[in-house]
Design a protein around this ligand. Structure first.
Ligand code: COA
Ligand code: MG
Length: 318
């Protein structure tokens, strides 16, 4: 299954504090695209060693089918703890994804890649390198200005994550509900990821998680992030996962439109028409490509595409 994690669906990434057996136990019961056992900021310094042990134990158990991907957020390279984290978690064959915090420059990721290669040994690295992914947290001004070299640093890199709290600290910003202070950073991250063909772009954590008001703020943030081009979002509490996965999945109307476009395009193509009309709007190659991308993502999200193709099989171009 591991190889299929590349380019896979990663809408919600839920952090589970690695030092808490209670949280780790709870994570087995969840339905989530990606669960990330955290060894970094949710773990106090004197609990780091214990957390490594607990996370390793959790990783060694087979994944419940409701969890698509299990990641570990290690400590940053400049903390001096990353080597010990990697040495422990890389021993588990179930590890598929490393979330690397505070990636300031390409050298952070080349260090991690070298450690992985060295720890696994050349044969195992060759076997596992197509199934191991790195997601890099962008959370500093340096990181933002080095995005191109970070994106090129290692073939293991599969996505970028924006972390607002450390970024706000670095830039002496104050987070506001509108999030406009992060607009440049968020757009730069999404643009760099697209430019370098990285499939995952995960947006900032919504720190409000309690009650109806928490869910309202979360939904608004998800819609804003999706509009900017993010395809997922970090979560800190299980109650956030469902909303994130729903909003970052294609909407029903969007999928129906995409199926109609692709069905009608097949007919337009056989009539030699590259540009044609649907619902009074012009459709041409980039629109059809977008429709295909929506269908692919919808399929990963569990939408019955075959059923929809059957429903719309008579769709004609106008
Ligand atoms: N992962 C797994 N389970 C979690 C969880 C998480 N991140 N957050 C809460 N839960 C579980 C709790 O264990 C509890 O389950 P239980 O009653 O069966 O034990 C249930 O969800 C309800 O939890 P609740 O009482 O609402 O939360 P809390 O007050 O115990 O904890 C936080 C609130 C914010 C401290 C906690 O959600 C958390 O630590 N989140 C992650 C923080 C983090 O990783 N930060 C770093 C990345 S930004
Ligand atoms: Mg951080």
């Amino acid at each position: 299954m591991a190889a299929s994690l590349r380019n896979t669906l990663r809408r919600a990434l839920l952090y589970v504090p690695g030092s808490s057996q209670r949280f780790l136990d709870k994570s087995w019961l969840l339905t989530a695209d990606c669960v990330a056992y955290d060894l970094e900021d949710s773990v106090t310094p004197h609990k780091k060693a214990e957390a490594r042990r607990l996370v390793r134990q959790a990783l060694d158990q087979p994944a419940p089918p409701t969890i698509r991907e299990r990641a570990v957020r290690i400590n940053s390279v400049d903390s001096g703890l990353a080597l010990a984290d990697l040495s422990e978690v890389l021993q588990s064959p179930n590890l598929t994804t490393l979330v690397v915090p505070k990636v300031h420059s390409a050298s952070d990721l080349t260090f991690i890649t070298d450690v992985i290669a060295h720890t696994l040994g050349s044969d195992t690295f060759a076997q596992r390198k197509d199934s191991l992914s790195i997601l890099a947290l962008v959370e500093s001004a340096r990181s933002l200005t080095n995005l191109n070299e970070i994106c090129r640093a290692t073939p293991l890199l599969q996505g970028l994550i924006f972390a607002a709290e450390d970024f706000a600290l670095d830039l002496s910003l104050t987070r506001t509900p509108s999030l406009t202070e992060f607009l440049f950073a968020r757009s730069a991250i999404v643009t760099a990821a697209r430019a370098h063909g990285l499939p995952s772009t995960m947006d900032l954590v919504c720190t409000a998680y309690r009650g109806a008001e928490g869910l309202r703020i979360l939904e608004e943030e998800c819609r804003g992030g999706k509009t900017l081009g993010f395809n997922g979002k970090q979560c800190i509490h299980p109650t956030q996962v469902e909303t994130v996965q729903r909003v970052f999945a294609p909407e029903v109307e969007e999928v129906e439109w995409a199926v109609r476009v692709v069905v009608a395009d097949g007919k337009a193509g056989s009539q030699g028409r590259g540009a044609w009309t649907l619902d009074g709007k012009m459709i041409d190659a980039p629109v059809v490509e977008k429709a295909r991308a929506i269908m692919r993502r919808a399929e990963l999200c569990g939408v019955d595409i075959t059923g929809l193709q059957e429903k719309w099989k008579d769709q004609e171009p106008e």
